[in-house]
Design a protein around this ligand. Structure first.
Ligand SMILES: [Fe+2]
Length: 465
C-alpha cells in the first residue's frame, strides 16, 4: 500500500474513530502502523514498521495515539517491560502525560488507561477496558488486536474467540482491515476446538487475502491438532510463497511446519527447517515469538532422542539477555529450556532465583502472580528432568497440568509440557508413574487420534510392562 491509501484525519472521523491530531500525515502513518501490526508484515513501500513509527511521531510529536500504538506494540511483543527498561517506562509515562495535557476523546483516554494497566502487568483489567472501548466502537481494530494478544498471553481461549464474535457484525466489507477479522476469529474458534468452523472461517479469509499469514496459521493449527500431517505439509508448502512474505509471523508458521516433521519422526527435515528458517529468522528478529518457538522445537527434538548439537549454545545467545525479564511465565519456561540445553546452570539458577523473588511480592502483575504457583514448579520440574530426577519432575508437573493454560500460548505450544510429563512419567522408576504415562498417552490419543508421536511413545510405554 502507498501512503495515499491510508486514512487521514477526516477518514478516521468519518468512521467514528477520530484521532486527536491535526496532522493528516500522522493519521495515515498511524493507519500504516496499525495495518502492519494486523497483517504481521512490514510495509516496505512505507519503509517498514519502525520507520513509520518514527515518521508518525515526527509528523506530530504530541499525537497521543501515535505514542500509544508505538509503546503498546513494544509492550505486547513481551520482549521488554517498564520494570527493567527505563526508556520504555519513560515512553509509557510520556504517553500518559501527553494524554493528560490535551483535550482528547474518551476513547483515546481509555486506550491510554488500558495500556498503562497492561504495562504494569494488569492484563485482566486492561482487557476489560479494551472490551469497554469495543462496546462503543466495535470497529476499533487497535482495541480488538491488543485485547486479542493479551487474551493469548493469559490463556483466555473463550474470550479470544468471543471478543471477535461480538464485533464481527459491525464490520462491513468496505471497512479497512475487515478481511483480517476472519483470521482472528478463526484462531479463537480453533483454540476452543471448533476445528471445522475454524478451518472454514480461515479459508474464507484466505479467499479474500491469500497472504493472510494469521489465517494460514489457523489452518496450520487445525492440521496439527487433528494430526492431519500430510494435509498440513501440503497446505503450508503450496501456499508458502504467500505467507512467507509475512516477515513477523513467517518463523512461527515454519515452526508449525517443523512440528509436522517431528510428529512424523522425520527429524532431519525438522532440523533442516529449524536451521534454514526458524533459527535464522529468530536470530535476525530477536522476537519473543520466534525465540520461544526455537526453544520449544529443540526441546521437543531432544525429548524424541535427537541430538541437536551446538544449536542450544547458539540459541542461548538470544535468550540469555532475557533471563531477568519475567514479562511472561510462558517466555520464562522457554528461556529455561535453552539454558538447560546449553548447560548454562548459572543462568538457569538465576532465572529460578528471579522467579522466587517475584513470588514473594507479585503485586498486581498477572504473570508475576503465577511465578510461585506455576513458573517456579514448572521450571523446577524441568531442572529435575534435566538432572534425571524423573520422579520429582512428575510430582511437580502432574498436579499443574490443567493450570498450564494460565501461562498463555496455544494448545499446540503448550503440548510441549504435556510431552514432558509423559516422558518424565515413562522414565520414572516409580511404577505408578509408568502406569500414569500410559494413561496420559491414551488421553493424548483420544484428543489427537492418529498422532504418530503418540504411537511411538505408546510402544515404548507398553514395553515397560
Ligand atoms: Fe501457532
Amino acid at each position: 500500500m502507498d501512503a495515499a491509501s491510508y486514512r487521514d484525519c477526516e477518514a478516521w472521523r468519518a468512521e467514528g474513530l477520530p484521532l486527536t491530531t491535526s496532522s493528516n500525515e500522522a493519521c495515515k502513518l498511524y493507519d500504516s502502523v496499525l495495518t502492519q501490526y494486523v497483517k504481521w508484515m512490514s510495509d516496505e513501500s512505507m519503509g517498514g514498521l519502525e520507520a513509520c513509527i518514527s515518521a508518525m511521531k515526527a509528523a506530530d510529536p504530541n499525537f497521543v495515539m501515535g505514542h500509544l500504538i508505538s509503546t503498546g506494540l513494544e509492550l505486547v511483543s513481551t520482549g521488554s517491560s517498564i520494570r527493567l527498561d527505563q526508556r520504555l517506562a519513560a515512553d509509557m509515562k510520556r504517553t500518559v502525560e501527553l494524554a493528560n495535557s490535551q483535550d482528547i476523546t474518551p476513547r483515546e483516554k481509555l486506550h491510554v488507561k488500558a495500556m498503562e494497566l497492561f504495562s504494569r502487568g494488569n492484563f485482566l483489567k486492561a482487557n476489560d477496558i479494551w472490551e469497554d472501548i469495543l462496546v462503543d466502537h466495535p470497529t476499533d481494530m487497535l482495541a480488538l488486536k491488543f485485547s486479542h494478544d493479551s487474551y493469548f498471553y493469559i490463556g483466555a481461549q473463550n474470550k479470544l474467540r468471543d471478543s471477535v464474535a461480538r464485533v464481527l457484525p459491525f464490520w462491513k466489507p468496505h471497512v479497512p482491515l475487515y478481511r483480517y477479522l476472519k483470521g482472528m476469529y478463526s484462531f479463537g474458534l480453533m483454540e476452543t476446538r471448533f476445528y471445522d468452523e475454524a478451518e472454514r472461517v480461515a479459508m474464507e479469509g484466505l479467499a479474500l487475502t491469500p497472504g493472510d499469514a494469521w489465517a494460514v496459521h489457523t489452518v496450520a493449527h487445525v492440521c496439527e491438532m487433528r494430526a492431519e500431517l500430510d494435509k498440513g505439509l501440503k497446505f503450508m508448502e503450496s501456499r508458502e510463497k504467500d505467507w512467507a512474505a509475512s516477515d513477523i509471523l513467517a518463523s512461527h508458521n515454519y515452526w508449525h511446519w517443523g512440528l509436522y516433521f517431528i510428529e512424523k519422526g522425520q527429524y532431519d527435515a525438522a532440523l533442516e527447517i529449524f536451521d534454514s528458517q526458524i533459527f535464522r529468522r529468530c536470530k535476525a528478529s530477536g522476537s519473543m515469538l520466534d525465540t520461544v518457538d526455537a526453544s520449544s522445537m529443540l526441546y521437543r527434538l531432544e525429548m524424541e532422542g535427537v541430538c541437536v548439537k551446538d544449536r542450544w549454545r547458539e540459541l542461548f545467545q538470544v535468550t540469555q539477555p532475557h533471563t531477568d525479564d519475567h514479562v511472561t511465565m510462558f517466555n520464562d519456561v522457554h528461556f529455561l529450556m535453552t539454558s538447560l540445553g546449553a548447560k548454562e546452570s548459572a543462568t538457569s539458577q538465576r532465572l529460578l532465583g528471579g522467579l522466587q523473588e517475584l513470588a514473594k511480592d507479585p503485586g498486581e502483575h498477572y504473570q508475576h502472580k503465577l511465578a510461585g504457583t506455576m513458573g517456579l514448579p514448572m521450571c523446577q520440574a524441568m531442572v529435575e528432568y534435566d538432572q534425571g530426577n524423573y520422579n520429582q519432575a512428575v510430582e511437580l508437573l502432574y498436579p499443574l497440568r490443567y493450570d498450564v493454560l494460565n501461562i498463555g500460548g496455544s494448545d499446540a505450544q503448550r503440548d510441549v509440557f504435556n510431552q514432558l510429563l509423559i516422558h518424565a512419567a515413562m522414565k520414572s522408576e516409580n511404577k505408578q508413574h509408568q502406569k500414569l504415562g500410559r494413561c496420559l498417552l491414551y488421553e493424548r490419543d483420544a484428543m489427537k487420534p492418529g498422532s504418530p508421536l503418540t504411537s511411538r511413545l505408546m510402544q515404548r510405554a507398553l514395553a515397560l510392562h
